[in-house]
Design a protein around this ligand. Structure first.
Ligand code: GCO
Length: 434
């Protein structure tokens, strides 16, 4: 497997998100996000860690971009922190924040790395949460579209690949798409898409009941978002179960939603076996049973679905990658896709020596990329792949106890050390090999 195993022009990158890597959450004019408030609640985050510094990409972006270049990557998927640009979510602009993203984008381009910018990665401005309950309110649609439009206008001369966000507010995401299409796309010649988190759901047994359970899970998990985009309505299974609690699209919304993206970003990490709750004997409640009416299984007849990573939700199941991509290809008429996140946190990788010696991660990437290639060879319309993540970073509830990076970060002095997996990618991505 090497770069040449993939179609010409296929892009390889790494992915991060603003809150997880930037640091400098209180200075330089940035307003607080909902995560700044959340991490302060004692007991929420492992070791009560915060992201005030995390890996300090805000100051060390040059070093990080140099790393990407050195490891032969072509692209970088980062996110823009809404409250760094609009400290109150709307209105007053923080020009320091704007200058930061200009520096980052310019440096990426200078080093030959294509920027993929995501507008929202969980870090909603706290002010909007306080003002109208944030994403629960329709008011967020306009504020998000204004923020998005500001980003298109300011960075779109250099950023040609935009992602909105991976939250249930499809309409909010697509209001931003509309602005892009109307006002910027033609001029700036870019494209815009959304990000879907896609766990592959495999039926536990070949019974009809388990097959139906797996299909319900897929519909609730990704169909919820992509079905309206391709077909202008929610999947049938959802309509039947959620009934009147499912909002109806107005005719205007259907028009706006249908066909409204240039590409789909797919975050694919893992796979579970699904079964009908009435039949399964090994129930695992992940909190979805109510509507989905399914049972999650991490094992079949006592055999785990794959080797487990550090995170308890993450099993190494490469074949699920292939099935997930072929599913989107077949059910949703093969849209342009990018694999926007894939990666793992290996268990017991705390010290530098352990961290650097990440042979389990290499195996994970090698096996998943082989399945990705198989999907591409079988016609899936994929144009790029992003490893999560460039660096160890703030892993939400797990704080710094979970390390997803291909580059190790020593949190005492923030020094970066490429792991074996980084060197593996460097070799894989060499440009001159036959
Ligand atoms: C996402 C994720 C990332 C995580 C990664 C590893 O949905 O994009 O939350 O931010 O860090 O998936 O868990």
């Amino acid at each position: 497997l090497n770069r040449q195993s993939f179609p010409k022009g296929f892009l390889f990158g790494t992915a991060t998100s603003a809150y997880q890597v930037e640091g400098e959450t209180h200075q330089d004019g940035r307003g607080p996000s909902i995560w700044d408030a959340f991490v302060k609640i004692p007991g929420k985050i492992a070791n009560n860690a915060t992201a005030e510094i995390t890996v300090d990409q805000y100051h060390r972006y040059k070093e990080d971009v140099d790393l990407m270049q050195n490891l032969n990557f072509d692209a970088y998927r980062f996110s823009i922190s809404w409250s760094r640009i609009f400290p109150e979510g709307t209105g007053k602009i923080n020009w320091n924040g704007v200058a930061y993203y200009n520096r980052l984008i310019d440096y990426l381009i200078q080093k030959g790395i294509t920027p993929y910018a995501n507008l929202y990665h969980y870090d909603l401005p706290l002010a909007l949460e306080q003002k109208y309950q944030g994403l629960l309110s329709k008011q967020v649609v306009d504020d998000f579209a204004d923020y998005a439009e500001f980003c298109f206008k300011t960075f779109g001369d250099r950023v040609k690949n935009w992602m909105t966000f991976n939250e249930p507010r499809v309409v909010a995401a697509l209001a931003a798409v509309q602005r892009y299409r109307q006002n910027y796309q033609e001029k700036q010649k870019g494209r815009i898409g959304i990000l879907l988190d896609f766990v592959w759901f495999e039926p536990l047994t070949s019974s009809k009941a388990d097959n139906d359970a797996a299909q319900r899970a897929r519909d609730f998990h990704v169909g919820w978002f992509i079905h309206p985009i391709v077909y202008g309505e929610y999947p049938n299974t959802m309509q039947n179960i959620v009934k009147e609690r499912l909002p109806n699209f107005t005719e205007e919304e259907v028009k706006m939603v249908k066909g409204s993206i240039d590409f789909v970003g797919i975050n694919q990490y893992t796979t579970y076996f699904m079964s009908d709750p009435k039949i399964s004997t090994t129930p695992k409640d992940l909190g979805y049973q109510q509507d989905w009416n399914v049972t999650f299984n991490f094992a079949k007849n006592g055999t785990p679905i794959g080797p487990r990573a550090h995170s308890e939700w993450l099993y190494n199941v490469p074949w699920g990658m292939y099935k997930a991509l072929m599913y989107i290809k077949e059910r949703y008429s093969n849209p342009t896709m990018i694999l926007s996140e894939n990666g793992m946190d290996d268990p017991g990788n705390i010290t530098l020596t352990q961290g650097q010696n990440d042979t389990t991660r290499i195996k994970y990437y090698r096996d998943y990329l082989a399945q990705l290639k198989k999907a591409v060879d079988d016609g899936a319309n994929l144009t790029g792949y992003f490893a999560w993540s460039l660096l160890d970073n703030f892993e939400w509830l797990s704080g710094y106890t979970s390390r997803f990076g291909i580059v190790y970060v020593d949190y005492k002095d923030l020094k970066r050390y490429p792991k074996m997996s980084a060197l593996w990618f460097k070799q894989l991505l060499k440009r001159d090999q036959k």
